[in-house]
Design a binder for this molecule. Structure first.
Ligand SMILES: [Zn+2]
Length: 236
């Protein structure tokens, strides 16, 4: 039943309008009434959650994959969770710093993209995969700036060292909102694992001081940054 005619664009695409805190594999903005926290869930496939939460992907077994695990995906026995063992090619240094970040309690890592999309490309999943020596996932959804390319990338050592440095030295809270995941402009350094978004906290004055400190640390490491709603730092 459609109670809300403002949701018709979403319903026509076969989606459901819901609060973004509900689990969904793919949210699309601008199709629902009720502000940005209510978005259209296009491809809600709860049966795939066990696979997606491992940072992996459900696919037909006729598609190439080095190793499948059964029982983690919806859609019958021909659709399984792909462990791509070929993507274990990132450096030992990246792996080591990623593990240090993973176990540093001062650093919090979001477990979903800031958009609400859950796709295994959030900061927690990125760090977990990098710590396992794997390439990390990028998102593949669209946003006003463009479309995230999907696929995987190694995280870059310099940006990880920057995050770790903040976590061990800064007096401000360190919350990572995005690294390789989420949707950004077309040639964003995020997609190469060379940029990070950090949350700002507290009063306007506190946020301004935190922004200044995080941006200064970024510059000191040869990076480029911008502030605003969050700090973006890229080191290339
Ligand atoms: Zn950014």
């Amino acid at each position: 039943m459609i109670c809300n005619t403002g949701d018709i664009a979403c319903v026509r695409k076969g989606g459901t309008c819901q609060h973004i805190l509900n689990r969904c594999n793919k949210y699309q903005r601008g199709l629902c009434n009720g502000g940005w926290t209510r978005q259209c869930c296009i491809n809600n496939n709860p049966g795939d959650t066990a696979c997606i939460e491992k940072g992996l992907k459900c696919q037909q077994i006729s598609n190439g994959c080095n190793q499948y695990q059964s029982g983690l995906c919806s859609g019958g026995w021909t659709r399984r969770c792909c462990f791509n063992t070929a993507s274990t090619s990132c450096s030992a240094a990246v792996k080591s710093v990623a593990c240090r970040i993973k176990y540093l309690s001062k650093i919090s890592l979001l477990k979903r993209n800031p958009s609400g999309v859950i796709d295994g490309a959030d900061p927690y999943s990125n760090i977990r995969d990098a710590c396992a020596g794997r390439k990390v996932k990028r998102s593949s959804y669209t946003c006003s700036q463009g479309k995230a390319p999907g696929g995987t990338t190694c995280l870059d050592l310099k940006v990880l060292q920057y995050i770790y440095y903040l976590g061990t030295t800064s007096r401000y809270r360190v919350q990572v909102n995005a690294i390789a995941g989420a949707c950004h402009s077309r040639r964003s350094k995020h997609y190469a694992g060379k940029a990070v978004h950090l949350q700002l906290f507290g009063s306007k004055a506190t946020r301004r001081a935190q922004e200044k400190a995080f941006r200064a640390a970024c510059s000191k490491r040869g990076g480029w940054s911008h502030g605003g709603t969050h700090v973006h730092c890229q080191i290339v």
